[in-house]
Design a protein around this ligand. Structure first.
Ligand code: ADP
Ligand code: MG
Length: 323
């Protein structure tokens, strides 16, 4: 049972960044408007997520760490529709199987909070605990009981970059949530949670990028595209500054990247890897989500149509910006 859990955990939990993603998504699902994430040593030694969400009852807390425990309805069809960010009630169980986890939580209706401490999937301590409403999850010593997996982690600075990447995407997909992200005692970024995507981009990437953004707001065929494009004068050496969200969820899709880059190319810009943050809204039935929880790739039923729509949206925005 324990071995099965450890193996299954690898499916969801590849690295500390996967833990951060799952925990923050739980906080989002819990309706939090403020989420703070603090990591140390690339998340390998320490991850703490604090949220002001609805919390979890003491009766439910132990259950939440059991495999396939989910308080969220999630038929395969609903997964496909991207209704909820949560996946199949496996995250907490998987995380707890390979680390030391403390969860402290209080709901609005309960008089006291509750705390549970789990090591390698085994409950070590639990009991009433005084705390404010919301949830605090602390993870220590990721993969402490799976040395083989620990060995495969990258350097702390690399793991920390993966976490930053995840945090940037979470912040940009939830501009209405105030995020604070601290790494090794230093504030990396903080967002206001006022719904202003441009403000989030400023917080995440800095002034230089924001000074040169082109607004995008376009509806074509069956999609709506909103977001920002980098000015063609700034050329970046990689695709690290390209983010796509579909119906609020971070995704990867080569067709979209290719469409944006083709639109830039058609304008004869030298910008091979343009900066962009795109929020695409589409009827979920046109998207085939890869249901693997750790993967972000999606496919569209009609990739050619998506290419065309994105291409023209971006091109039109570039043309009007050049006037
Ligand atoms: P899922 O998100 O798919 O339901 P998880 O293993 O991630 O599965 O979480 C299990 C359950 O624990 C959730 O359904 C939720 O009820 C509860 N939970 C986890 N994190 C939080 C949180 N931050 N606030 C409130 N409840 C939470
Ligand atoms: Mg979850």
């Amino acid at each position: 049972e324990n071995t099965i859990n450890k193996i299954a955990a690898g499916e969801v939990i590849e690295k500390p960044a996967s833990i951060v993603k799952e925990l923050v998504e739980n906080s989002i699902d819990a309706g939090a408007s403020e989420i703070s994430v603090e990591v140390k040593g690339g998340g390998i030694s320490y991850i703490r997520i604090v949220d002001n969400g609805k919390g979890i009852n003491k009766e439910d807390m132990g259950i939440a760490f059991m495999r396939h425990a989910t308080s969220k309805l999630s038929s395969e069809q609903e997964l496909n529709k991207l209704v909820t960010l949560g996946f199949r009630g496996e995250a907490l169980a998987s995380i707890a199987a390979v680390s030391k986890v403390e969860m402290i939580s209080k709901t609005h209706d309960s008089i006291s909070g509750y705390r549970i401490y789990i090591e390698g999937g085994k409950i070590i301590e639990e009991g009433e605990y005084g705390c404010p409403e919301g949830t605090v999850v602390t993870i220590r010593d990721v993969f402490f009981n799976t040395p083989a997996r620990l060995k495969f982690l990258k350097s702390e600075s690399k793991e920390s970059m993966y976490i930053t990447d995840i945090m940037q995407n979470l912040a940009m997909s939830h501009s209405n949530i105030s995020f604070k992200y601290i790494s090794n005692g230093k504030l990396v970024f903080a967002t206001r949670g006022d719904g202003d995507l441009k403000g989030v981009i400023l917080a995440v990437y800095g002034k230089q990028i924001v000074k040169n953004l082109i607004d995008l707001n376009c509806s074509r065929d069956f999609i709506t595209v909103k977001g920002y494009l980098g000015n063609s004068n700034i050329s970046r050496g990689s695709r690290n500054y390209q983010s796509t969200f579909i119906n609020g969820r971070y995704i990867k899709n080569k067709t979209i990247t290719a469409a944006v880059e083709a639109a830039y190319k058609s304008m004869l810009t030298i910008n091979k890897f343009p900066f962009f943050v795109l929020h695409i809204y589409v009827n979920p039935e046109f998207v085939d989500v890869n249901v693997h929880p750790a993967k972000a790739e999606v496919k569209f039923q009609d990739e050619q149509l998506i290419f065309k729509s994105i291409y023209h949206c971006v091109k039109d925005a570039l043309i009007s910006a050049s006037h």
